[in-house]
Write a protein of this length. Sequence first.
Length: 283
Amino acid sequence: MTQEKTQTAAPAAKAADAPAKKHRLLKISILRYNPQDPDSVPHMQTYELQESDSMTLFIALNDLRDEQDPTLQFDFVCRAGICGSCAMLINGKPGLACRTLTKDLPDEFTLAPLPAFELIGDLSVNTGKWMRNMSERMETWVHAKIDEVDLRKQEAPMDPQLAEDIYVLDRCVECGCCIAGCGTVRIRPDFVGAVGINKIARFRLDPRDERNDADYYEVVGDESGVFGCMSLLACHDFCPKDLPLKTQIAFIRRKMAEQGMGNYDKVLPTQNGKKAIPIKPIK
């Protein structure tokens, strides 16, 4: 019995004698600017914060606002990488604060708001306004010929693989990281970006949407759409949901090129609602 107590106490004694884990002192430089305040000027403000175990950048920002500076502005909702609200430039790269561990960052790093969006203040930008304008312009909803939906009618089954393919593209949280990393957006503010092209790819797959490629060409077949992409593919690299953006951009661009080439017979928009576009070979 005495021997058992000794063996049990030994690990506890070793744990007590083990040195406490040292946490780093983080130096976080944040771009501060409030466009609503005429006296405010853009400047970098540096904060010092003691790192804790499994600390995310979201937790660090909340600690700063709660304990050091209640005027610090940034956005968050879900804390789980679902809402996309906490997107910002982290050491110059777009990312989500709630999915970024401070242990993956150096002792000193910078935070800034996403470019290309209307600035609300500090790290907070109005991505919702941009996304709404883009969605209305791209008509990102199911276009059906029925005037009224019968909720009592049994829904038509969908092929499981097709449903999975649609789901993969539908996982976009509209965080704006792809837009912030896009070189074309800096040149063409009207460019719809990977998020807009991805939405077209999603509805093009949906069998409930009765549009064809000629319809999609009307909204995405120009330089502000899929042909404006310079194929730098930073959108693909920075997407926090790992969407197949480069694949979809290439696919939609090829389909829109086929639709727009003069030597091919075009299909008139919204006539038969078929997805397949009859293409005749060049003579």
